[in-house]
Design a protein around this ligand. Sequence first.
Ligand code: GLY
Ligand code: MN
Ligand code: MN
Length: 443
Amino acid sequence: MSADHSSRLYAAHLDTVRARADAALARGGFDHLVVPSGTLHYQVFDDRDYPYAVNPHFKAWLPLTNTPGSWLVYTPGERPKLIFLQPHDYWHVVPEAPNGDWVEHFDIQIIRNADDAKQHLPRNAARCAILGEAQSALGQYGAFAPNNPQAVLDYLHYHRAFKTPYELAMMREATRVAVRGHRAAERAFRAGASEFGIHLAYCQAARQDANDLPYNNIVCLNEHGAVLHYTDRDRRPPAQSRSFLIDAGGSHRGYAADITRTYAAAGHDEFQSMIDAVDAAQLRMCDQVRDGTDYKQIHLDAHLALAGILRDFGVITVSPEAAVATGVSSAFFPHGIGHGIGLQVHDVAGFAASDAGGTIAKPDGHPYLRLTRVLAPGMVVTIEPGIYFIDMLLDELNAKGQGDSVNWDAVARFKPYGGIRIEDDVVCTERAPENLTRDGFAG
Ligand code: GLY
Ligand code: MN
Ligand code: MN
């Protein structure tokens, strides 16, 4: 993308962000939007800080992700103002002065002490919608404490689901970061590396580490694939690496990618066939990401498709329909089909009924679904079906008297592989969906 095109995309994005802020302030009856970037948090009884995470409402305006103590102020009809904290400090790297294609759109005020922000904030805090964490309040009893008005948040969170062309460009770039990591991780797995070694290979190729990545890498060999959010990372390779599940992302200018792939080691043909079946089913699910489709329906259809695979591989003894109706499919697929993604890996407002509030309930029996909205152009969602062999859930099936629905010999054959998950990030458009992840791997 040329620098010129990128600047135009950003300018158009900012127009959308301003228009949304205008409407949100009108809904809440406020004159100014005030957004602290956030502050450092410290470990208890210690002077060590936790990794800083910027306020998502701040990075919605600016590609700044590592500038604690700064503020964004927007008053409808005026240029947005950035109050930028650049302390005099020889202990730490001081954020460099604002630069880049976005700077020309802001009035920028550099401050050297966090408290100096007060002088540049609107006079009357009561007329401000201040969005952020309580700890961002200026001075312990300062007037500028986040009030997070519900009407303002409801409006902004609901509309944030619809990505601007600039945001989609950022997410394509985040995908490129993650794909570099995934390729290196697969090579490391095939070379016999440990989970820890694979993780390091990922970070090196992605050129990102814990502070940059949008979530903690999930790197699983063998049975560890059955732990949905396994983040332990054994330092030693197992005697034999049979399977590899990696759920790892990337970030670009504050936007996330969230990708999962599963691999079988050479010679493990039955497990490879099951991966291929899940992969084919996952592609059909991705194709359901279309304008007007109820995301809940994709989740429910996924249960039927995955139960069909379990039946084809002889893991369950009942029909796919019966497995779904009796909850047996949930023992093998115990999470939601996915979630919205963007500024946050699990984006906000997954259940929002409208931009004025309200909640769309999850289907009965599906407590872990994170998104219940009807899809529309601009939304980006993950599609991440999985099949796992989890002792705890299989024991529960047995305890409930549903053990006859399962072929335990087949379970014993698959358990050493842990599980399968395949996850892509998919854009709903006016026509066919855009699969950011598949395009990223193809590029
Ligand atoms: N990486 C966490 C998730 O897929 O939601
Ligand atoms: Mn995900
Ligand atoms: Mn994931």
